[in-house]
Write a protein that binds this ligand. Structure first.
Ligand code: ADP
Ligand code: ZN
Ligand code: ZN
Length: 737
């Protein structure tokens, strides 16, 4: 029989061992060792038995077969779900670049095994008779605690140890002595931490016709990937819940991805009301141990539904049947660390490996997904009405240049002011949304024009409420001074952050209104975010002022007015997705108004009232927006029509970085096939963390050609043994560099 060999990664925790080692697959394991198997192999000089991951199988030996060692056995813990996750890692490495270890660490993220919580139950293991005799003897010897403990045990038979220690005030020594004597037995019950708790009231939503049709269509379909385009408030969450319910009833499991910022108590409770303890969550606030526990609970079947951001995608379910991606347009689904994968694409791959379905949902689908839906790759479903009978809000656009011309220098238009006043008098709530990127809050000298910049990054420092200047890229902090460090003038001007200024003006204009502010400064501590949202939900404030954070999927019934200050500013970001982002933000923000029984109104203030992303968000006409946007992408050869990749070359020496970028460019240019190459050019932010940043752009209609370019790049880097610079490949650039 032909020999077969396995390429194995030994240890994903050591960057140094980031390469494969080849082993012979022994005959008896030929049928069982697969890509993704976890195996034990002899490793190193002492042939120490070590765990490894099979990532490739081949019949071509790498070197002398007589010196190649054999796999010892397949690891017992190597279950089906793990095998598929390792296969998924191979896909991630292949598609997005980076090393196999990085890909493995991403799909098998929790490596520090922590102990589950253990509770100890103490039980009497002798007869009552004997126990009573012992009590008598103990009292005679004046061992009061022991006697008290034994009496309690005779009474209740079993007591948790912590109660004995804390409530009965009996010491560990007393307990242990009795255990030693064989009088008391310790029973250890281990349980995994459950981060989700809370009241479980009954679940009572009955789907409307539109929702039911979508659920049935997805459920019955043979097709794997579905896009639900549903207006804000159309009840997409209820659609997900019903789909999950059907999957669970057939013994399957489900993953629900939602943006971290939307993963609030409110959302989790909606799932919990239906599924109770079968639901758990993953989020960045959980400790490593808690995260590990959730994956263990998923693996052992205790939990059937995991809700969480990107990383929840790698939950090791054994029978995964459904992956839902809510707010699928969100940029946070793209990882900005190597491997720079997009959760949507990886979800589709995982679903393919597991035989599961993927359901994408959004009121403003990404241009990519809608394109695939129209092209027939995904199945499109529409929800065009608000579920609880509420109507969509009336949206008006105010041209702020006209306001200025007619003498209004405030940051609020007259229209917005009069509506705010009206809402205050009716005791209804208002949300004011500020595009943070638009409101620069840097500090500058009015005399010489000096701007405080980060010494490590090519960006202006941002002014914060605590009086500090902070770099939003590297975290560098410094204090502001009263005089200009450049010219010594006193005219150093510090602006508050955008949200602060808005709050200040509102407090001046409406001194009796209660305001809440939600931004970077007010949400730095764990729990801050939830506190502000629940205070607003409870009616503790009339007006909520905030950045992007306030537009994500929150449901406040009493909000009937949304004001959007300076809507167009994100249009100027140097990024081909700028219009998409603006349309998305405006539509989502507008979607916050009028979700209850009262109709909502939205005022969009802008200096650019004719821009299509603004006029079409007024009409809340996604399809018209899509048509304009896709024409622009076609014209300029941008995704999704063309695939695009960015090579980021960074290093501490400006010349070394640029020269290397030039060499890489020329090398690739000679091997590019049909791909188009642009660059090298300096990034928008030329320096970050003391590193210069240079870019090469690649475009190709066929995504496989771009993956191939990455292979070529990797080989080049290996051959040349490049030092002092770092090279990253990004297949799906989501934001400007
Ligand atoms: P989306 O996620 O599409 O924005 P939600 O699922 O949050 O919408 O639903 C919006 C509101 O409508 C929620 O308050 C929800 O409880 C309510 N809702 C959803 N479906 C129904 C239904 N079939 N009947 C009554 N109310 C519903
Ligand atoms: Zn100055
Ligand atoms: Zn910095």
């Amino acid at each position: 029989m032909d020999r077969r060999f396995a390429d194995i990664i030994i240890d994903i925790t050591h960057e140094k061992l980031d390469r494969t080692f080849q082993y012979i697959i022994p005959d008896e394991l030929l049928d069982t060792v697969k890509i993704g198997s976890v195996v034990s192999v002899p490793f190193g000089r002492g042939n120490k038995e070590t765990k490894g991951y099979v990532i490739n199988i081949t019949d071509k030996p790498e070197f002398d077969v007589n010196k190649t060692k054999s796999i010892l056995r397949i690891d017992v813990g190597s279950d089906n779900s793990q095998t598929k996750l390792i296969e998924l890692a191979a896909f991630i490495k292949q598609t997005y670049g980076g090393t196999m270890s990085q890909a493995l660490r991403c799909v098998l993220p929790v490596k520090t095994k922590t102990k589950p919580i253990e509770s100890i139950i103490l039980k009497l293991s002798i007869s009552e008779e004997d126990a009573k005799a012992l009590i008598f003897e103990s009292e005679r010897k004046n061992a009061k605690a022991r006697a008290r403990f034994l009496r309690e045990l005779i009474d209740v038979k079993e007591i948790p140890q912590n109660i004995v220690l804390q409530k009965l005030n009996i010491g560990r020594q007393t307990i242990n002595k009795l255990v030693e004597m064989g009088v008391v037995e310790k029973i250890v019950i281990s349980s995994y931490r459950n981060p989700v708790s809370g009241d479980v009231s009954k679940y009572d939503v009955v789907l409307n016709d539109e929702q039911r049709q979508v659920v049935d269509a997805i459920d019955k379909s043979e097709r794997k990937v579905h896009l639900v385009h549903g207006v804000t408030g159309s009840g997409k969450t209820e659609v997900y819940i019903e789909l999950i319910d059907r999957v669970i009833k057939e013994g399957g499991e489900a993953i629900v991805l939602i943006p971290e910022i939307a993963l609030t108590y409110q959302t989790v409770m909606r799932f919990r009301r239906k599924f109770n303890d079968l639901v758990s969550i993953i989020n960045s606030k959980l400790s490593q141990g808690e995260k590990y526990d959730q994956f263990e609970r998923a693996k052992n079947g205790e939990v059937k539904i995991i809700i969480g951001p990107r990383s929840a995608l790698f939950t090791p379910f054994k029978n995964l049947k459904l992956i839902i991606i809510d707010e699928e347009h969100e940029r946070t689904y793209k990882s900005e660390q190597v491997p720079k994968y997009h959760a949507r694409d990886v979800a589709i791959k995982r679903a393919e490996l597991e035989g599961a379905k993927v359901v994408l949902g959004s009121a403003t689908p990404s241009i990519e997904s809608y394109y695939h839906a129209l092209g027939g790759e995904f199945v499109l479903h529409e929800l065009s009405n608000r579920a609880n009978g509420a109507t969509l809000s009336d949206v008006s656009i105010v041209d702020m240049r006209d306001e200025l011309k007619s003498g209004n220098k405030l940051m609020f238009s007259r229209k917005l002011l009069s509506l705010m006043e009206d809402r205050l008098s009716k005791k209804e709530q208002t949300m004011i949304f500020i595009n943070r990127r638009g409101y620069a809050s840097f500090v500058s000298c009015r005399s010489c024009g000096f701007v405080y910049k980060c010494p490590h990054c090519d960006v202006a420092l941002k002014y914060h409420t605590n009086g500090k200047l902070i770099c939003h890229y590297c975290g560098y902090e410094t204090a502001t001074s009263k005089i200009c460090p450049e010219c010594g003038s006193k005219y150093i001007k510090t602006f508050g952050t955008g949200t602060q200024r808005v709050e200040g003006e509102i407090n001046k204009l409406f001194p009796n209104a209660k305001t809440l502010r939600m931004d970077f400064d007010t949400t730095r501590k764990k729990g801050d975010y939830e506190k502000i949202l629940s205070a607003f939900a409870n009616g503790e404030a009339d007006i909520l002022i905030g950045t992007q954070m306030i537009v994500k999927g929150h449901d406040f019934a009493n909000v009937t007015l949304v004001g959007i200050i300076a809507a167009d500013l994100s249009l100027y970001a140097q990024d081909f997705r700028a219009s998409e982002t603006t349309f998305e933000l405006l539509t989502q923000a507008a979607g916050r108004a009028g979700r209850g029984s009262k109709k909502g109104e939205v005022v969009i203030q802008t200096y650019d009232p004719d821009n299509y992303s603004i006029t079409l968000s007024k009409k809340q006409d996604y399809k018209a927006f899509y048509n304009q946007e896709i024409a622009y992408r076609k014209l300029l050869k941008y995704p999704p029509i063309y695939n695009m990749a960015v090579i980021l070359i960074t290093g501490e020496d400006e010349d070394v970085v640029f020269n290397n970028a030039k060499l890489i460019f020329d090398y690739l240019d000679g091997r590019k096939g049909d791909s188009e190459l642009f660059g090298p050019t300096w990034a928008n932010i030329k320096m970050l963390n003391d590193n210069y940043r240079c870019l090469i752009y690649l475009k190709d209609e066929n995504v496989d050609n771009l993956s191939e370019m990455n292979d070529i790049l990797e080989r080049y880097v290996e051959d040349k043994d490049i030092k002092n610079i770092n090279i990253q490949y990004d297949l799906i650039p989501m934001s400007g560099y």
